[in-house]
Write a protein that binds this ligand. Sequence first.
Ligand SMILES: C[S@@+](CC[C@H](N)C(=O)[O-])C[C@H]1O[C@@H](n2cnc3c(N)ncnc32)[C@H](O)[C@@H]1O
Ligand code: SF4
Ligand code: SF4
Length: 324
Amino acid sequence: MGSQKRELRLDRPIVFSETPPFPHNMLMELANICNHECVFCGYKNMKRKKMMCDKHFMFDIMKQAYENGTREVGFYMIGEPFICNDLAEYVSCAKGLGYEYIYLTTNGALATVERCKELISAGISSIKFSVNASTRESYIAVHGRDDFYIVRENIFNLKKYLENNKINVPLFISFVKNELNKHDVEKLEREFDSVVDKIYVFPCANQGGTMKRKLLDQGIVKEDEMFPGSVAPCAMCFNRLHITCEGYLNACCADSDGYLSAIDLHQTSLIDAWNSEIMIELRRKHLRNELSGLLCQNCINNTEEIFSPLNKDLCLAFSNEKLS
Ligand SMILES: C[S@@+](CC[C@H](N)C(=O)[O-])C[C@H]1O[C@@H](n2cnc3c(N)ncnc32)[C@H](O)[C@@H]1O
Ligand code: SF4
Ligand code: SF4
């Protein structure tokens, strides 16, 4: 692909204020259901009820967001976007509303060329594949499913389709490096370097602190390589909207259990939720790095202190027990 290689949009403008501008970017969780069980992902231990979102409710959220200035939408949080059979309809709705960048990340097992064609016709801007291994054996160990060859075929078929039809949709791969797959990077790069625009190797993070103990106990990450999920103040609370499949505004994209769900958007408009006292107070705590009692404290400091949900009414997983 030579000089035409494109990159993921990772740096977005950010204003660290208690009342930042309405975000340019939004993530939507269409289903908190996944067909894989990656060893490093909070999905495996998720306590939330598994569900699909309400399509017309999410369409309305997209409209509200667009009217307030959001121009980029990503269809993923916890779970697998291709589980949602109406995925192309969401892309089409976003395109119709005027969104300028519509994207997703997928494990790729259900991303057949037929389904990708639907997304492309609907207006998807880029697709990232999460491929966390380069052999069948390590793929099974990391993803918990024997899908390496299926995923590889899906990516190769999509690439061929894009090339044959001169379609300009960037493809990316991300790889979360850990003790089970650390020797796979070179082979992954050899195999996929000419197929995707860029391969990103990310460190394994603690997923809001909730994965730390499991990652260490299972030898997936070494103590001195355990990455915090973020730093204070964490950008997520300041420049991005996260809409859970229950229809809540959440402060974070990695909060599998809803500990940072702030506002029920069935009862409050998106703009009022963004400017709500609960979000302002959360940002204030981030700006002062006074996060004690919140999930964010464990995420940033790699600790395992007792914490409470941001909004107890929206967190069914809430229990006062120390994290185990
Ligand atoms: C939670 S997944 C949801 C979308 C889809 N199922 C996928 O895997 O692409 C979103 C991204 O989070 C990443 N992720 C999950 N757990 C992680 C961890 N502990 N550290 C770093 N990235 C992680 C995945 O690799 C994936 O790229
Ligand atoms: S990283 Fe993605 S594919 Fe893997 S378990 Fe989590 S949600 Fe599923
Ligand atoms: S848990 Fe808090 S600090 Fe960590 S990534 Fe999420 S919002 Fe940021």
